[in-house]
Every structure is written in structure tokens, then in C-alpha cells.
Design a protein around this ligand. Sequence first.
Ligand SMILES: [Zn+2]
Length: 242
Amino acid sequence: MITLKFYVLQPLVAAVFLAVCSCAPSTPKEAYQQKYGASTVSTVEEYRRQVAQHPDRELVDLRAYLPDAAFDVVYATAENFMGTPVYKSPGAYLRKPAAEALRAVQAELAEMGYGLKIWDAYRPYRVTVEFYEHVLDSTFAASPYTGSKHNRGCAVDLTLIDKSTGEELAMPTPFDEFTTRAHVGFSDLPEEVLRNRELLIKAMANHGFSVYADEWWHFDFHDWEQYELVDLEFEELESVSF
Ligand SMILES: [Zn+2]
């Protein structure tokens, strides 16, 4: 009788414990969110609700906003510092006002015969966690405790191209070369490279983007504090229409 009671009661006790205790993460997403304590928009429903109230929070597809830009979303390939794709598809999204500002940058550059090549834009918070846990350094990989401005849909990694040839202009380093040469103050460079870097930084600044000092290719949109961290995959964004 005692034995029978034990077998009957044990699963009941476990079920009650699990129902009451919500502290145990049940998904990888919950696990890293608890670990770093960052607050993110992590469901399609929440994102849809926010955009319905504040249309500027929509993450818009840059390919639609910038049809003349070039795209090379390297995180969707193995050709990146992680050595493996971290995106399932080469999505490129920004919050609507940032995308509109980038369109103005492109129009200004087009008059001079230049265009933009986008390497990365909105980045799901999940990927910031993966980057940080790979490098364990927050100089080049944003800390998951605070998140990245990429997670807010307010940062973009890009370079200049010659509009007539599609070729990249000479810059101090390739994308994601994490060296002192990537710092915007690094000056031991050919005149042409200094000029190209300056042209990019100035064109972006004219429309509300400031360069990140350690990475000449990374730009933050001035209004980034207005926007929350988002942890939705590109495929989830694509599933939402407004
Ligand atoms: Zn960046």
C-alpha cells in the first residue's frame, strides 16, 4: 500500500512542481534570455501588436526600399568569422525610418556615381548571443546583456560600390576584419582609401547614421533608443503583413 501510494503520488507531485515553478527554461530561446536578462520582442504576436500601434517600428525589407543597392549578406554563408551560416536566408531589414534614411544616403551617393553594398542590417538577438559566446569579447561582438543596435533594427554594415561596375571601392579592411586597421582613426592608409572611408562616413552622417569607431563599416541610426531588441528570424518577419 505504501509502495502503491509512492508510485501514484510521485508523478502528481512532479506535475504540480512543474506547473508552479516557471523558472526552468523550456526552450533554447528562454534559456539564453534568462541567462543574459535582456528584454526582447520575441513573438510574432508581440511584434505585430507593436507595429499596429507604432507603424515606424516595422522592420522593412531593404531589397524593396533600396532596389539599386547590392547585397552580400555574409552571415547567411559560411564566409564569415563564425565559419558557418548563422542566418537561414540572406535577409536585410531595418526599421522603417532607418530604411528611409538609408534610401536618402543612396540617392546622395548616386549623384556621385556610387552605390551601397549591404553586408548586414537587422540581426535577431539569438545571433548576438551566438557571436558573443563564440568570441567572448564585446569590442567586436555586442554584449548580449545589453544587445546590439543591430537587434533593434537600427544598425547596418555596409560599404561603397562604383555604380557603373558594381565593384567595391578600396577601404581599410574587408568586412569583419577585427584589427586596429578597422578603427576609423587608423590613418596609415593610401590617400584613396582615406578618401573613400571619409565619403562613406560623411554621406551616412548627413542622414542620421553615426559610424562605430572600431568598425568603419558599422553605422547606427540616431534614433536607436526608441526601438526594442527583437528576437525574430527573417522568416518570421516575412510571415507578417501590415
Ligand atoms: Zn555592425
